[in-house]
Design a protein around this ligand. Structure first.
Ligand SMILES: Cc1cc2nc3c(=O)[nH]c(=O)nc-3n(C[C@H](O)[C@H](O)[C@H](O)COP(=O)(O)OP(=O)(O)OC[C@H]3O[C@@H](n4cnc5c(N)ncnc54)[C@H](O)[C@@H]3O)c2cc1C
Length: 453
């Protein structure tokens, strides 16, 4: 065993590796370790691996939750040396080499891989704003956003007061990055094309969709040409794009942006990420945004037995800027650390030092239009959308059935604007179905309070 693997590792028994997080980074690390002589425990607070890039399509009724998430156990059933535990890690005790869990015994490790991803940041307003402005990080978030959106239009159909009706028919999206742009374009099409023919009392052409971006342009990671294209494409669809103005207040009535109050029943928060609270328990190496500063091999300084990868890690790329949180980056880091640990366990030479790469940039704007910077080429329009779709489908881990099902939904959307997932599914409805006493959900915001952990 390489000297960099901790001296305390028990060499007479198999090495205990704990991986926290079954996202893209954690799964890639586990797979790279599958042939190693070690007992691996993969811990996740959910029972599924989630394909986050398609969350906005669940939130906008294009896809169903089961199409974008797969049980972790089924993905790893072929790997005999991997145990899966559905638990939440609450603290890492580096000195004891143990992970403290929300329930049950602590997990002792010889080697720890932290791959816990990131969470939505409300820039210090978590408690006040998160119940009104829905984030988009988990399946629960996407279903809550879908419920909120659909329920607002159902309410508008019955609302006699034109002021309240206008508020129910207004959607605000905060954040002009790829997720904000994608969900705004999709909602705009949804209201004007899909819902328009289904309602009798409301005029869906009057639905207001507003995209707010605090910076001077949409898609700031892309070229100016792409930003301009995205702005024009959204405006052509009737979206109000507000640039260079931050949101300063959010409550149940809507948002304040600059000196304007926008009354909106649906506010979606698609900006800002920060490390999860668990990462902060690693102490001194945690950056202000909650991500963990790591060495070149992704280990925590002075702890060669503890690695942090994926969105949880703060890594500087070749351009001197922090590497972006992307699926391809997380998978690449996971594979690298898995191979590194496997080599050290086998007393082989370390793989060559990790080299960050310049990832492709892809963004979708509506059901058939996007922008891409792919292998040095700039692509705009339907070709970019197609590339986005194909590359993401290739990465989806749900197997052929899920991919075919998604393709079918996309073709239906392209040809008819119809969406299969237009169901309001909330705990009260589930409770009633089982004969239980469901909580009354009257106030905006209660749906998320129930779904949110
Ligand atoms: C809405 C949205 C759209 C996106 N679109 C794109 C896109 O188009 N293209 C792209 O490349 N990237 C996209 N991303 C980013 C991409 O999804 C992330 O970069 C990627 O998921 C990071 O992988 P990860 O393994 O680091 O973290 P994650 O995939 O987030 O996985 C982290 C895992 O850790 C688990 N976990 C966290 N804390 C604990 C704990 N305390 N105990 C136990 N388990 C825990 C979580 O349940 C989760 O399963 C998008 C992200 C979002 C939110």
């Amino acid at each position: 065993m390489n000297a960099q693997i901790p001296a305390g590792t028990n060499r007479t028994s198999r090495c205990r590796i704990v991986v926290i997080g079954a996202g893209f980074a954690g799964m890639a690390a586990v797979r790279a370790l599958s042939d190693s002589d070690a007992d691996i425990t993969l811990v996740d607070r959910n029972n599924h691996h989630l394909f986050q890039p398609f969350l906005f399509q669940v939130a906008t009724s294009i896809l169903e939750p089961a199409e974008i998430a797969t049980p972790i156990r089924s993905l790893l059933r072929e790997l005999p040396n991997v145990r899966v535990e559905m638990r939440e890690a609450t603290r890492i005790d580096l000195s004891r080499r143990a992970v403290v869990m929300n329930e049950g015994d602590d997990l002792a490790y010889d080697i720890l891989v932290v791959a816990t991803g990131a969470q939505t940041s409300y820039f210090g307003h978590e408690l006040e704003w998160s119940q009104h402005a829905l984030g988009l990080k988990s399946l629960g978030d996407a279903v809550a956003a879908r419920n909120r959106l659909l329920r607002a239009f159902e309410r508008a159909e019955l609302e006699p007061d034109p002021v309240k009706q206008a508020r129910d028919m207004t959607v605000v999206v905060v954040g002009g990055g790829p997720t904000g742009v994608a969900i705004t374009g999709t909602i705009s099409e949804f209201t004007r094309r899909t819902l328009a023919s289904d309602f009798r009392n409301i005029d869906l052409s009057k639905a207001r969709v507003v995209l707010i971006q605090s910076g001077p342009r949409l898609l700031p990671a892309f070229s100016e040409r792409h930003s301009a294209y995205a702005t024009r494409a959204l405006e052509d669809q009737g979206v109000e794009v507000k640039l260079g103005v931050p949101v300063t207040y959010v409550d149940a009535t809507g948002v304040v942006v600059g000196d304007e109050h926008i009354a909106a029943a649906t506010v979606l928060w698609c900006t800002g990420v920060q490390g999860v609270p668990l990462a902060r328990t690693l102490g001194a190496h945690v950056k202000p945004d909650g991500r963990v500063g790591v060495l070149h091999d992704f280990s925590v300084p002075e702890h060669p037995e503890c690695f942090v990868i994926g969105d949880a890690a703060y890594v500087i790329g070749p351009d001197g800027r922090p590497v972006p949180g992307l699926v391809s980056v997380a998978q690449d880091q996971g594979r690298y650390v898995g191979r590194l640990i496997a080599a050290r366990l086998a007393s082989a030479a370390d793989p060559k030092p990790y080299e960050a790469f310049a990832p492709s940039k892809l963004a979708t704007i509506s059901r058939h239009v996007g922008v891409a910077e792919f292998r040095g080429r700039s692509i705009i329009g339907s070709a970019a959308w197609l590339l986005w779709g194909l590359l993401h489908l290739r990465t989806l881990s749900g197997g052929g059935h899920a991919k075919l099902s998604i393709l079918g939904n996309w073709v239906r959307l392209l040809t008819t604007y119809r969406r299969s997932g237009r169901l309001i599914v909330e705990p009260s409805a589930l409770g009633k179905g089982r004969g239980g006493h469901a909580p009354a959900v009257k106030e905006i915001g209660e749906d998320t309070a129930i779904w949110r952990r």
